[in-house]
Design a protein around this ligand. Structure first.
Ligand code: MLT
Length: 400
């Protein structure tokens, strides 16, 4: 008889964004005449920049020729991309990394979800609340004990240390969903905590390209000692519009070690390498060439324009909700998300239903990211300008 992983029965039927998509689909089927605007999932609307498209075309041509066709990609990524990553994202920021500490993948969602493969089920896990649902869901799938670290206006969205010592800690900064950040000093406290307790920090930096203020760390490795206690996840999805192309990478420093139950020292880098080479067949050559072009001078200029476009959307949403409608808002300055308190103490899902049914706007209910997100709502700045403005006008009419 088939035995299932029963932990799957303990998590809801649907992943948050799948549930939202289901509700929106249902609404559209019953209201085909209504124009629904999505400011829900953080999915891009601007085209992929010309420098990347050009590189993809060139790589596609190469694949059509006998002398340049490529088969399986190296499990950890092509050297050309890894070198571009190391130089631009780290060396230029004063961080020394070896190429074999970088693992190119199909995105941060997979990596933050899969990293648990190399970690024992009995690790005590601490996760900020609210959080990107992948962290909680994947740990529940494995049956790990989770302590949630509430991040609310009361603590200025700065998590306090877990009550029971955590072996593994998930931090995402700039934060999804709240759009808030940690300063270097605040992040240093977590690095110090991890070093003191021999814990591992899983640092999701998928939104680092949206940082606009100084003294906000782009990488956890800007903090001394972090290479001994942290794995960092990066993504091309939001930085360069790769949500549909799929590329990201994970840094697992060689200094990062753990012990077996017998006390033998093992390298997490070696374990992740083993995991990836067994379960992952590499990111497509064409996509990796596209990702490499993100780092060209043209590519950098172009992606910065796209990021500025999205951040102008963030400013528009923030201005309307905060300045004109008097709502309490957070984020939107160093991240493409605006976190807003729901009106009249409505629950997050009540507000979702209200916006969808009354003005056909889709956002993401804060409670979908965790208990501490109840009573909040997330808007994304990744919409197109026209729809963002229209959504704001509809909200002004509804809430004024
Ligand atoms: C989000 O909306 O939180 C993200 O786009 C989801 C993701 O990156 O998978």
């Amino acid at each position: 008889m088939i035995k299932i992983n029963e932990h799957y029965t303990e998590i809801g039927n649907n992943y948050l964004f799948a549930e939202i998509a289901r509700r929106v689909r249902e609404y559209k089927e019953t209201h085909p005449d209504k124009k629904v605007i999505s400011l829900g999932i953080g999915d891009i609307t601007r085209p992929i920049v010309p420098a990347v498209i050009e590189a993809i075309h060139k790589a596609t041509e190469e694949m059509g020729k006998v002398e340049s066709v490529r088969g399986y990609a190296p499990d950890a990524g092509y050297d050309f991309l890894i070198h571009a990553i190391v130089k631009n994202d780290f060396t230029d920021r004063g961080i020394q990394l070896n190429p074999d500490e970088v693992f190119v993948s199909d995105g941060a969602k997979s990596d933050t979800g899969n990293i648990g493969d190399i970690l024992d089920r009995n690790n005590r896990v601490a996760i900020t609340d609210p959080a990107y649902p992948v962290y909680v869901d994947t740990n529940k799938m494995t049956g790990r004990q989770i302590e949630l670290l509430p991040c609310t206006p009361d603590n200025h969205f700065v998590p306090t240390f877990p009550k029971k010592t955590a072996d593994v800690i998930y931090l995402c900064y700039p934060n999804n969903p709240t759009g808030t950040v940690l300063t270097k000093e605040q992040l240093k406290k977590w690095v110090d905590y991890a070093l003191e307790h021999q814990s591992l920090i899983l640092f999701d930096a998928a939104y680092e390209a949206f940082i606009s203020q100084p003294d906000i760390p782009h990488s956890i490795y800007e903090i001394d000692g972090a290479k001994k206690c942290a794995i960092e996840f990066r993504s091309f999805s939001k930085t360069a519009g790769f949500t549909g192309m799929r590329a990201g990478y994970t840094v697992v420093p060689k200094e990062l070690i753990a012990k077996t139950s017998k006390g033998e020292i093992v390298s997490l880098n070696a374990l992740w390498k083993r995991r990836q080479s067994t379960k992952f067949n590499g990111t497509a050559y064409i996509v990796q060439r596209g990702a490499e072009a993100v780092y060209s001078s043209e590519g950098q200029k172009q992606i910065k324009e796209t990021i500025a476009y999205y951040m102008e959307n963030a400013r528009i949403i923030q201005n309307a909700l905060h300045d004109e409608l008097g709502r309490t808002t957070f984020g939107g300055v160093n991240a493409p998300y605006i976190w807003v308190k729901t009106p009249d103490n409505m629950s997050s899902w009540e507000f979702f239903d209200l916006l969808l049914n009354k003005i056909q706007i889709v956002g993401t209910p804060g409670s979908g990211f965790g208990k501490a997100g109840e009573g909040f709502f997330r808007f994304t700045a990744f919409g197109n300008r026209e729809n963002t403005r229209e959504a704001i006008e509809r909200m002004k009419k509804l809430m004024n």
